[in-house]
Design a protein around this ligand. Structure first.
Ligand SMILES: Cc1cc2nc3c(=O)[nH]c(=O)nc-3n(C[C@H](O)[C@H](O)[C@H](O)COP(=O)(O)OP(=O)(O)OC[C@H]3O[C@@H](n4cnc5c(N)ncnc54)[C@H](O)[C@@H]3O)c2cc1C
Ligand code: SF4
Ligand code: SF4
Ligand code: SF4
Length: 352
């Protein structure tokens, strides 16, 4: 029997989940909470950057990106920051061609931009998302207020800024004969016909070897033969692919994303389609911002709306290394609160 899960993820992880749902069938994630995301870091380079500042990641209690700087909040209560310009060396190069700031394919998008400190900004996109917000509000898990006009303007400005800048990078790469594969314009049917015979070898040459992988884990999750794994930050295959299978290729958010998922005119609609904007906070939970992600997932699990949630916790041995977890108890969701600023192969947990 298929189980019903929720997930929380960055826009690229949400896109991967949308592709899996569309192309690979029997996908158990029924509720998608998408985060806002301007950029992400490589864990190795983030650790190196911290070390250059004399910081051991084991001493960090929280990361924040604010006022053009990356902040390390330390366990002793002090803070150290570096300008984002300097932190760029640790950022994932792939993020410079990403055309989604607010997880446009989610049921509810959540971030901090636009709301006061301690509150989260929420974009409700689907009826399912709307219903969850209403129920969680009535049950006292979250409190909400309208997002101010100023908040909406700031949000739109940042979203269109990201899209315009990254579109320039996509065009620049095209001009030097390094086109961004996923940004091709072609009808869905034509694409599916073209890739009928494409398998993991093609994924490796088209995405992984050229450094375009966003490390979402969809290739692992979609493989019916269970022969894909991610070790040392790279998907690898261990075995023979049966004829006719192209599941990993079509699930990957860096091979092709149809216009109906991320429109090629997306720069003109910086926030995608939505129903309502809100500010919200969750008085009972401690989170990165308003604790709203933790509150919504905990409510959904306790009420039996979902049977588990795909979340990102911290690795026990490597401080702040993201660890994908399938949370089946409320305490696992609570433990995973807080932003880990490194890429995480979240979807692979569906196979573990
Ligand atoms: C890489 C990254 C970049 C972000 N950039 C922005 C930004 O530019 N502007 C902005 O307004 N907001 C950004 N956010 C979102 C913001 O940091 C908060 O996650 C969001 O406001 C929700 O806050 P909360 O208190 O409701 O979440 P919480 O209740 O603290 O829950 C946070 C949830 O995030 C999940 N999570 C943590 N790390 C990751 C990860 N690496 N990948 C996937 N899921 C993860 C956890 O599973 C947890 O459930 C970013 C988040 C990430 C992960
Ligand atoms: S590609 Fe980078 S910027 Fe885009 S959603 Fe993923 S982590 Fe965020
Ligand atoms: S069996 Fe299918 S999904 Fe798995 S690696 Fe091969 S082509 Fe990809
Ligand atoms: S190669 Fe795999 S992990 Fe990388 S972006 Fe594609 S589906 Fe995600």
């Amino acid at each position: 029997m298929t189980r019903t899960y929720a997930m929380v993820g960055t826009p690229c992880q949400i896109t991967a989940a949308t592709l899996m749902d569309r192309y690979t069938g029997d996908f158990p994630v029924e509720l998608k909470l998408g985060l806002f995301c301007m950029e992400n870091f490589s864990y190795t380079y983030l650790k190196k950057l911290a070390e250059e500042e004399g910081i051991d990641l084991a001493d960090v209690s929280e990361f924040r990106i604010e006022k053009g700087r990356l902040w390390f909040h330390l366990n002793d209560g002090s803070k150290i920051s570096v300008p984002l310009e300097r932190a760029r060396s640790a950022m994932r190069k792939n993020c410079t061609v990403c055309m989604d700031f607010t997880s446009e394919q989610s049921d509810i998008s959540i971030g901090s931009v636009g709301s006061p400190e301690g509150w989260s900004t929420i974009i409700i996109r689907t009826e399912k998302g709307h219903e969850l917000i209403e129920k969680a509000r009535k049950a006292g898990y979250i409190e909400t207020k309208p997002l101010t006009e100023r908040g909406i303007r700031i949000l739109e400005k940042l979203a269109s800024g990201k899209k315009e800048e990254n579109l320039q990078e996509i065009k620049r790469r095209e001009s030097v004969a390094r086109p961004v594969l996923y940004w091709r314009v072609m009808p869905d049917e034509e694409y599916l016909e073209e890739v009928t015979d494409y398998q993991f070898d093609d994924l490796r040459s088209d995405v992984i070897d050229v450094g375009a992988c966003v490390l979402c884990g969809a290739c692992v999750a979609s493989c019916p033969e269970n022969i894909v794994s991610i070790k040392d930050r790279k998907p690898e295959v261990h075995g023979e692919c049966p004829e006719g299978c192209n599941a990993c290729y079509v699930a990957c958010p860096r091979t092709y994303v149809p216009d109906s998922i991320i429109g090629h005119d997306s720069a003109s609609t910086p926030l995608g389609e939505y129903i309502e904007f809100l500010s919200a906070r969750a008085p009972m939970f401690r989170g990165q911002d308003g604790g709203v992600v933790t509150a919504l997932l905990t409510y959904a699990l306790r009420e039996g709306i979902i049977e588990g949630a795909l979340v990102v916790d911290r690795d026990h041995e490597k401080p702040w290394k993201p660890l994908p977890v399938l949370a089946e108890e409320p305490q696992d969701i609570v433990k995973a609160a807080g932003t880990k600023y490194s890429a995480c192969p979240l979807l692979k947990i569906l196979k573990e």
